[in-house]
Design a protein around this ligand. Sequence first.
Ligand code: UN1
Length: 512
Amino acid sequence: MNAAVVKALEALGVDCAVRAVSNGADWQVGRGAPIVKHSPIDGSALAEFAGADVTQVDAAIDAAAEAFLKWRVVPAPVRGAFVRQFGEQLRKYKTELATIVSWEAGKITQEALGEVQEMIDICEFAVGLSRQLYGKTIASERPGHRLMEQWHPLGPVGVISAFNFPVAVWAWNAAIAWVCGDPIVWKPSEKTPLCAIACQALFQKSLAEAKGVPAGISTLVIGGADVGKQLTASPKVPLVSATGSVPMGRAVAEVVAKRLGRSLLELGGNNGMIVTPSADLDLAVRSIVFAAVGTCGQRCTTLRRLIVHESIADELRDRLLKVYAKLPIGDPTAAGTLIGPLVDEGAAMQFDAALAAAKEQGGVIHGGGRVTENVPNGGAYVRPALVEIDAKAAIVQHETFAPILYVMRYKNLDEAIATHNNVPQGLSSAILTSDVREAELFCSPAGSDCGIVNVNIGTSGAEIGGAFGGEKETGGGRESGSDSWKQYMRRVTNTVNYSRDLPLAQGIKFDV
Ligand code: UN1
């Protein structure tokens, strides 16, 4: 195994015998299909082990359900104190965890560190939240009555996460679920098993230091689609929070809806940005490049469509191409690299196929193709592509999880907004403008139809304090900040009669 990864895992107390299942404090050998993981950086072997089988999923759910009975009555601020301790572990092992993220997901060091920082941030948010799980007091129409709301823990939360944010998305769910009194059952991407094991190991460190925390509040089952299906179908899991592709989300939503459970979906994005004539072009270039090629185009918030006013389109394209031409592509752990590899060969094939389709549909391709020089052998390194294309081309409707930026031109802003909204997805969006009317229009009900609407910044890199998610095929879920926590709890409406009479609501007379 890779020496840097071994060292990082050892620091976290994980031996190299990778195990697929943990019901809290323990580790268990999987009984399911084998999982083989190679690093996207150089193809080196990272892990080979048996994944979980469905009986192990059931056992993990049972462990979580048992832990729930204890955890739900622990006062929320005490639950918050545990999350604070967990956040301390993240601070302590930030570098080690980021190293594992880099080697397993192929992220550059800065972005891997940023991802762990996002975990630390959500822990802080959750600690504060643990004293703010407010319900409302409502004016009752009846004399001598009090009407109020309480928010109670919901139960075990199934978390299905993707390879591209292999630790932060789990933390968004885990930290909020824990303060809300819910245990979690985590099915991570099979492409990032070591990240999941590292997170569980950090949980175990916190658990060992804490008193009265039931071990089953964090369970882990690493496996394939059958594992995800078993988790999704279980009536003991009232909420399933899933991040990934639209087909995956649709499958989850159908199964969960059938049993009348709740799902929280964070699916594909096809994020657009409008650049108007008054935009600051220096700022435009920087924000576009980070959003379009950062994480090698593998964020769900990656900028994929640029809608530029025709009067500045040539200048902006030329300036972007100048930057694209000298992007440092290579080993993501090396200082100075900005573009690491795609996650695997399959992703690189989709990148090639999308560019071929774009060309067929009349697109003018700049960049693209494989990079083989000055990069480690064995990884799928590509040159980010910028494609000038008509807004009506079919390919523009699709999210390809790779660094492809489609550039389109517009004449008037209403047309640009219509083009912007004319895709099946609705996650993140941006407008670059110095005109306050244009900015406000884009943020208004007649503007962007996305869950995230930015002005003078790119589409990616949201802070945890806001609710994260989007509309249409993106799935409608909201994770992380603001009042996303409400999805992890059940709302109780209490009516308390402190009088000696029994007036009925709506003035109904019912004398017996
Ligand atoms: C994702 O790609 O699934 O806003 C999450 C961002 C990050 C999270 C992305 N904070 O780009």
